[in-house]
Design a protein around this ligand. Structure first.
Ligand SMILES: Cc1cc2nc3c(=O)[nH]c(=O)nc-3n(C[C@H](O)[C@H](O)[C@H](O)COP(=O)(O)O)c2cc1C
Length: 259
């Protein structure tokens, strides 16, 4: 089977959100699709391990915020990589309350308010089928597509996303995986590349620790992860070119210095 063709399917980019035990809960999805016209039914695939799944099962209603190309990528990082159980994902964003549901409203194309009518078990995911009871177009912006997210924002999807593919692992993780499957030929030599890179890392660490001043912090603009030079012991600039965010796997170029 040529799974490459899976990547030619097109999707939009959405936040699915609800209210659970008095708390706003939500996650990022690319799997909202309209399935009927006159009865206005929509489907969304939500991983069974996502906290939002539990929340929607309980509240039986949810909002869909339709992201645009002008949407803040941090929305994707927060809603797509963190868990609502641990953090208030809505705290840093503009939120519109519609029928007691939180809509992540900044620069969105619009939103839908849906009532759950059915749940279809789909292996790792549940497909929630819901009826739109309200909807509003807010801005005349271009909707963000999954392709735009990959090609322009250079973002990735985590394992919980239905469209996750193994290559979304960071280069580092992927290399490690590849290495672990290779059998070493003969005795490892003293100056083999692993040893060399270990020594290199040690040298970089020593350099940074010796300087011991002016440590900087960098924030991943996709998932919000903070790279703290002091904690890590390595200057951000000295990290290898193929280093990627340990949370959402994007490259160094999507980190910004925290002033
Ligand atoms: C681009 C992208 C697309 C995603 N699509 C889906 C999806 O369609 N369904 C899903 O269950 N999770 C999807 N995810 C993963 C969830 O957003 C992620 O697991 C989230 O942290 C769950 O949050 P929660 O535990 O608060 O519900 C996607 C993530 C990203 C970054």
């Amino acid at each position: 089977m040529d799974k490459e063709v899976f990547k030619d399917l097109t999707y939009g980019m959405f936040v699915v959100s609800t209210n659970y035990n008095g708390k706003n809960v939500g996650c990022f999805v690319n799997t909202v699709v309209q399935i009927t016209s006159s009865s206005m039914l929509f489907a969304v695939s939500v991983n069974k391990d996502n906290y939002t799944n539990k929340a929607i099962r309980s509240s039986k209603k949810f909002a869909i915020s339709v992201l645009s190309e002008k949407s803040n990528p941090e929305v994707i990082g927060k809603f797509g990589f963190l868990c609502s159980k641990d953090v208030d994902k809505f705290a840093d964003f503009e939120v519109l309350n519609v029928q007691n549901l939180p809509v992540v409203s900044e620069n969105i194309c619009g939103y839908l308010i849906c009532e759950l009518v059915n749940i279809v078990d789909a292996d790792s995911h549940d497909v929630f089928i819901a009826k739109a009871v309200d909807a509003k177009k807010v801005n005349n912006f271009s909707p963000m597509t999954y392709a735009y997210y990959h090609k322009v924002i250079k973002g990735k999807a985590p394992k919980t996303a239905p469209t996750f593919v193994e290559e979304n692992l960071s280069n580092k993780q992927a290399n490690k995986k590849e290495d672990s499957t290779k059998k070493p030929k003969g005795k490892p030599k003293k100056n083999d590349s692993a040893k060399q890179s270990q020594l290199q890392n040690k040298a970089i660490k020593t350099k940074v620790i010796a300087q011991n001043q002016d440590y900087k912090k960098y924030r991943c603009t996709i998932c919000g992860h903070i790279y703290d030079e002091e904690k890590e012991g390595v200057r951000f600039a000295d990290l290898p070119k193929n280093w990627t965010c340990p949370i959402c796997c994007v490259g160094k170029e999507l980190f910004e210095e925290i002033k």
